[in-house]
Design a protein around this ligand. Structure first.
Ligand code: FAD
Ligand code: NAP
Length: 337
């Protein structure tokens, strides 16, 4: 495997932040990942693992090694599927649906690669990765050891896991099981099926999710973005009841953790759609999405891109806290943190 120097990362993330990697490699196997771990240890530099770049905000150059995970492999079977970390997630979901293997259709069109899916326990339309998870393999970047993780060891939470909290691991493969359950409770799916007079089935849910997502979310090819910029806040039952009393009609969902509020609703109600700082603004199309669509020239007058983004994040958090007493938490990985 080649270790390259001074590689541009400008096109490596969906937010298209300008950045350069001091060192860069593309790992196609577990052995390549282990070789990268040794290389970084010998040079005493940190490793940043890169998948599809759809949930990563690069706020500066990377002085260490960027390890682009390209580990391939996609075995889809009726009992389980094993995916190399470098496989595109949506390609897997599409292939599974074509093979009439259910359980993944609600997670269609989530950008990025299979290896990053456990990172934040990806979820959409009522299904999370942990609902279909058997195990994963990951290389410990500090000693090169290959370790198998079961669901408990991954410490999955709402858009969270052990791997989101620690940079020590490079996931190399994941193993998932199918499911026959049809998850239809999200209004977007249900109304799509009704409107198109489609019977609930894995294939029709896949179609609904793909069409609804295309119509609701800004396209990152033309409007660089990192998906939802904030997690939905989860508050205690008591605070949730108080919130609902003050804001009747606001979305609030009770689950085992407490009450989940809608970050999109909070931002929208605060009148923040369209709010801009330099190159960045809150999408007019979806309040949870920050798009990088401004003229490049503005960066010079108003600080670096990252400074502008941080100002926008702070303004959104401050306003939501002031109006609703709720703290928003950023969802994507911010580098450096
Ligand atoms: P990257 O952006 O490359 O990396 C994200 C983080 O994971 C980084 O910290 C990186 O270091 C780490 N990482 C990547 N690969 C590995 C690995 N193999 N081992 C260890 N660490 C690794 N997310 C959802 O949950 N639900 C959605 O519905 C959803 N919709 C989205 C829609 C849009 C338009 C966009 C832009 C994003 C959306 N996301 C969603 C977020 C994103 O797609 C997911 O988090 C996805 O899993 C990120 O994959 P990636 O390969 O692009 O990761
Ligand atoms: P939506 O369907 O308009 O719903 C708005 C919010 O309400 C969502 O955040 C969702 O929470 C919650 N919600 C709706 N119905 C629910 C139910 N029956 N039970 C529990 N929670 C419910 O949302 P959207 O913005 O169009 O997104 C659709 C799905 O795609 C969501 O699951 C969302 O998480 C996912 N998505 C994620 C990203 C990302 O980058 N993370 C980007 C785009 C879309 P949840 O978010 O917890 O599901």
């Amino acid at each position: 495997m080649q270790f390259l120097q001074n590689i541009s990362l400008d096109a490596s993330t969906s937010l298209k932040m300008p950045a350069t990697a001091a060192w860069y490699c593309e790992a196609s196997s577990v052995e390549d990942v282990q070789e990268a771990a040794v290389f970084a240890r010998d040079k005493d530099i940190d490793v940043l693992v890169l998948g599809g770049g759809s949930n990563l905000v690069l706020g500066s150059d990377v002085p260490g090694l960027v390890l682009a995970n390209r580990v391939a492999g996609c075995e889809i079977n009726t009992d389980q599927s094993v995916l190399g970390a470098g496989e595109n997630w949506h390609d897997f979901v599409s292939k599974a649906v074509r093979k009439e293997i259910g359980g993944f259709e609600n997670l269609a069109l989530i950008p990025g690669n299979a290896g990053a899916a456990p990172m934040q326990n990806i979820g959409a339309y009522g299904v999370e990765l942990r609902d279909r998870f058997i195990s994963l393999q990951a290389v410990n970047l500090s000693n090169g050891e290959l370790v198998t993780f079961d669901p408990d060891a991954c410490q999955f939470g709402y858009r969270d896991s052990l791997f989101k909290q620690s940079r020590d691991w490079c996931i190399t493969s994941i193993t998932l099981h199918p499911s026959n359950e049809l998850r239809l409770e999200y209004p977007g799916i249900r109304s799509y099926l009704d409107q198109h007079q489609l019977e609930p089935s894995h294939e029709n849910i896949f179609r609904a999710v793909c069409d609804v997502r295309k119509s609701k979310l800004p396209d990152s090819a033309s409007h660089p973005n990192a998906g939802s910029f904030f997690k939905n806040p989860i508050v205690s039952l008591h605070r949730g009841e108080e919130f609902s009393r003050r804001h009747p009609g606001a979305p609030a969902y009770i689950d085992s953790q407490g009450v989940k509020l809608s970050a999109a609703w909070l931002i929208d109600q605060a009148g923040l759609k369209g709010l801009r700082e330099g190159e960045f603004s809150v999408s007019d199309q979806h309040a949870l999405v920050i798009v990088r669509d401004g003229a490049r020239g503005m960066a010079k007058q108003q600080g670096s891109s990252f400074e502008q983004l941080n100002r926008l994040i702070q303004r959104i958090k401050d306003k939501v806290l002031e109006l609703f007493g709720v703290e928003l938490e950023v969802e994507p990985t911010i580098y450096p943190d």
